[in-house]
Design a protein around this ligand. Structure first.
Ligand SMILES: NC(=O)C1=CN([C@@H]2O[C@H](COP(=O)(O)OP(=O)(O)OC[C@H]3O[C@@H](n4cnc5c(N)ncnc54)[C@H](O)[C@@H]3O)[C@@H](O)[C@H]2O)C=CC1
Ligand SMILES: O=C(O)CCC(=O)C(=O)O
Length: 576
């Protein structure tokens, strides 16, 4: 094992150990109130570009890549009174000539080039029609898998917008170590926090970063994103993307990625355990024993065999749950707003009321959207069978909790399991009280009620899979501009450039989707050879990617500036 790979694994191991904390508990998910921060590293060591694991690229390719990068970076005119674009000679001469001088002026040069050429500051465009359902047509699971394979085994030239040490990433909410490893191995500067941040601190931090990684707690509202002047991309290390203003992000050229199904199985398994636990009143019996009370009862305790499970939202989680519950002898009915193929012997019912009237157990697996707000309230609870059970592991806004409290107090609802709440604390600690949600104490006083702190997706398997999936999507986006799997932009990608293609530049132009833009863009690109190009739109935002050849180093600035000058521009990126 090479020393580089060995140190990678050592780093992975020690990060894991650190995550588990002094208690030695087996949870990679503990949002300890203590913040563990790796601050941005401006040391010379951090400036050395590193390549991505897990398949180390062959050394020859790596050398070629670095040389090509340097070749272009050092050839681009810089902000300096003494330099002018016209002073640029051939890239090779420029490279030799500037070699020692550039080393000295490295910081000034790279900063100026990066900001000028890659346009990290971006502007505004229009609206989108967005769905945050991972089953929406904008997701390409197959493409994601293909892209992942490509990422792991790089076959072409690796494009970078600028020295990767300048990419600053803020990871909140204890994003898994697998993601940190992937991002750090690219040479990006990663700041890591175990919990989410209060809004004022978030606003301060987000101003400086190009990438932010969050889970479900951090709210990236328009108000917060307005401050994020350098932000290129958001990684949601979870399924739900309701915590992000997707439309605002798209209008400002900020792509958003998530992990559509890496934790689905974990949620389904949690719900299975809750169905049995509610049917047997396990939570209460266990609590009594903890308090020293022996209370052996069978009244209103049931087998689940033959009982009807009603699944609301038959997507990734709902359908997985359908299969698992049938294996335990349950009968499954489901309600969804779209007709979906039933798995096993499950049956889709036409209305929510039909489901509520028939099911012994009702479980919710819908996204948080306006249509699902309080979709289970007093009226729906009354429609449920006497003595039935409710489970919510979707989003806290979906169930009217005061109505549930009333229904449980009256005995109509025999038990419930809640994993999500309208307000959830930012960090672990004694926060689940009336200050957080006014009905907190009333809720906690109920019998046969299982309360969990939003742990549906919190398993080692799910978190590391999410870390890899979203981490790799972020790297692909930063380094090659691919939007495959993006939840708020059209999905666009191009095959990689080969190592033989030296004077190539990849242009990414995010723009308002209106007539005439492509003509303008192509007249700018037209001085070069456009080898390949792909463009797609989603609502009012369009995403164009083009690989052009015969580009002299000195042309990069003018290409960039010409595109930036178009009134349709939302964001321009030039990768080389
Ligand atoms: N507790 C936890 O830790 C976790 C919670 N979640 C939550 O679970 C939700 C569902 O996740 P997936 O199954 O992966 O999503 P999905 O998008 O695969 O499935 C959602 C389904 O809900 C349906 N739906 C949408 N609106 C509806 C409505 N008004 N009535 C009935 N059906 C409707 C959709 O058509 C879709 O089939 C996520 O949006 C997320 O909020 C997800 C992962 C972990
Ligand atoms: O694990 C988390 O923080 C969030 C899980 C979740 O709710 C999701 O994936 O949507």
């Amino acid at each position: 094992m090479s020393s580089k790979i060995r140190s990678l694994f050592q780093g992975f191991r020690s990060s894991l150990d650190a995550d588990h904390g002094a208690s030695g508990s087996f949870s990679g998910d503990s949002d300890s109130p203590t913040t563990s921060t790796t601050t941005y590293d401006s040391s010379p060591a951090a400036a050395i570009p590193r390549r991505a694991p897990p398949t180390p690229p062959d050394e020859k390719d790596n050398h070629h890549h670095l040389k090509t990068l340097q070749h272009f970076q050092q050839s681009i005119p810089v902000h300096s009174k003494n330099s002018s674009p016209s002073s640029t000679t051939s890239p090779e001469n420029q490279h030799n000539h500037n070699q020692h001088k550039n080393y000295e002026n490295r910081e000034t040069m790279t900063d100026a080039q990066q900001i000028e050429v890659n346009g990290l500051v971006h502007s505004i465009s229009h609206t989108l029609s967005l769905s945050n359902s991972p089953t929406s047509t904008f997701h390409s699971p197959v493409g994601s898998y293909n892209s992942r394979t490509t990422f792991n085994r790089p076959s072409g030239k690796q494009l970078k917008p600028f020295n990767t040490q300048d990419i600053k990433i803020l990871l909140l909410e204890n994003v898994n170590v697998a993601a940190r490893e992937i991002l750090e191995s690219q040479g990006y500067q990663v700041e890591f926090h175990k919990s989410s941040l209060p809004e004022d601190q978030l606003v301060e931090k987000i101003r400086d970063v190009h990438v932010i990684g969050i889970r479900s707690k951090t709210k990236l509202s328009a108000k917060v994103l307005r401050e994020a002047k350098n932000l290129l991309v958001i990684g949601c290390f979870c399924i739900g993307t309701n915590q992000v203003d997707l439309e605002y992000a798209a209008k400002h050229g900020i792509s958003v990625f998530n992990s559509p199904f890496s934790n689905s199985r974990s949620v389904a398994e949690l719900v299975i355990s809750e169905i049995i636990a509610l049917a047997r009143q396990l939570g209460d019996r266990s609590m009594e024993m903890h308090n020293g009370t022996w209370n052996k009862v069978s009244a209103r305790c049931w087998e689940i065999r033959g009982k009807i499970l009603g699944i609301i939202g038959y997507g990734h989680i709902g359908s997985q749950l359908s299969v698992l519950s049938e294996a335990m002898g349950m009968k499954v009915i489901y309600y969804d707003v779209v007709p979906l193929m039933a798995l096993g012997t499950a049956k889709q019912v036409p209305t929510l009321k039909d489901l509520l009237e028939q099911a012994d157990f009702v479980t919710l697996h819908v996204p948080e959207i306006p249509e699902t707000k309080n979709m289970i309230g007093a009226e729906q609870l009354a429609q449920m069978k006497q003595g039935s059970y409710l489970i919510n592991a979707s989003r806290g806004s979906v169930v009217d909790i005061p109505a549930l409290i009333e229904s449980m107090r009256s005995g109509h609802t025999a038990g419930a399991a809640l994993d999500v709440y309208p307000s959830e604390p930012a960090a672990n600690g004694d926060y689940f009280n009336d200050t957080l949600n006014t009905w907190g104490n009333d809720l906690r006083s109920l019998k046969n009620l299982i309360l969990t702190p939003h742990i549906g997706g919190s398993t080692e398997e799910a978190q590391s899979a999410i870390g890899v999936e979203v981490g790799e999507a972020l790297v692909r986006y930063i380094n090659s501009g691919s939007t495959i799997g993006c939840v708020n932009m059209p999905e666009v990608t191009l095959r990689s450039l080969t190592l033989a293609e030296e004077n190539h530049v990849r242009v990414i132009f995010i723009h308002s989707n209106r007539p005439g833009v492509l003509r303008q863009v192509n007249s700018i690109l037209g001085d070069h050879n456009v080898d390949k190009q792909m463009s797609d739109s989603r609502g009012d935002v369009a995403y164009l990617m083009a690989d052009i050849s015969d580009v002299n180093a000195g042309d990069i600035r003018s290409l960039y500036e010409s595109l930036e000058a178009l009134s349709s521009k939302i964001m321009t990126r030039v990768l080389y």
